[in-house]
Ligand binder design. Sequence first.
Ligand SMILES: Nc1ncnc2c1ncn2[C@@H]1O[C@H](COP(=O)(O)OP(=O)(O)OP(=O)(O)O)[C@@H](O)[C@H]1O
Length: 291
Amino acid sequence: MSRSDAPETGETEGAEETEAEGTPSTDPIDLVGRDLEVGYPATDDPVVECERVVLPAGEVTALVGPNGSGKSTLLKALSGQLEPWGGAVELDGEDVYGMADKRRARRLGLLSQERESPGSLTVEDLVLHGRYPHRGFMEAVTEADREAVERAIDLAGVGHLRERELGNLSGGQKQLAWIAMTLAQETDVLLLDEPTTFLDLRHQLGVLETVRQLNRERGVTVGVVLHDISQAARFADNLVALRDGTPYDWGPPDEVVTEDLLADVFGVEASVGPGPEGPTIRPHRPLDERE
Ligand SMILES: Nc1ncnc2c1ncn2[C@@H]1O[C@H](COP(=O)(O)OP(=O)(O)OP(=O)(O)O)[C@@H](O)[C@H]1O
C-alpha cells in the first residue's frame, strides 16, 4: 500500500463507548481493517489481503477497482458479514466480529449484492425488515419502527411503491427498495455495494445525494463500491483503489486518480486533468477507434 499515512486522519481508535447499547451515535465513527486475509470456503487462498484500510469517521469512502479486484469481499469483511481468515475489523476500536449480532446490525448497515427475499413481500414489509436488529423477530412493531420505516421510504423515494410486491418490480425499483431497507436500519456506518446498479441517471444522483445528506446531517460514515471512477471521484471524500485483492492506493480523489493508477489498476491509457468537481479522465483514444 503506497499511502500508509493518509487514512490516519480522523481515526479515534480506542475511543470510549458513550452511547447506550444500540443507540445510533451522533459522533462519527472510524471503521478499520488490519492485516486482513479474506477468502471463501471455495477458495484455497485469500482473495483480499490488506495490511490496513480505514473508512474515516464521518467521511465518504469509495472502493474502486476492476471486476474481481475484491471490492465486495472487502466491504463484506468490513461489515461484519464475512469473517476474515486473519486480521481484525474494528469499529471505533471495538472488534466487529466480537459484537453480538444485534448490536453489530444496529451499527453497521450493508447493502449487499447478494439479496434474497420472497417475491410476494411488499416494499413496505421489506423496509420493515431493516428494523429487525432494533426489535427482534418476535417483537411487536413500535411507533419508533414505523417512523424509521417512513423516513427510509421517504429518503429512498419509494413511497409510491410501498404496496407493490417485489416480484413485480423492475430492477431499479427493487434496488431502491433494498436501499430503503438498509436505510431503515439507521446505522452509524453505511456500506453500500454498487447502490447505483440498475438505476437511471436521475435515481443514481438521487441515491448518492441521499447518502451524502445522511453523511452531512447525521455524520454517518460511508463506504461505497462504485464502478464509475469519475463518479466516485466526484462523490467521495476518499478513494480506496483495489488491484488483485490489495489496496493499490488510497486518499483524496485528486491524489489517487492519476494516469499511473488508470494504467496499473484498470489497464487504461488516459490523461487526467483537473475538473470543477474532481479529476477529469480522458481516454487517449475514443472507444470507437479501438480494436
Ligand atoms: N462466494 C464466493 N466464493 C468463491 N470466490 C468468490 C466468491 N465471491 C467472490 N469470489 C472471488 O473473489 C474475488 C473477488 O471478488 P469480488 O466480488 O470481491 O470482486 P469485485 O471487485 O467486487 O468484483 P466486481 O466489480 O466484478 O463486482 C474474485 O476472484 C471472485 O471470483
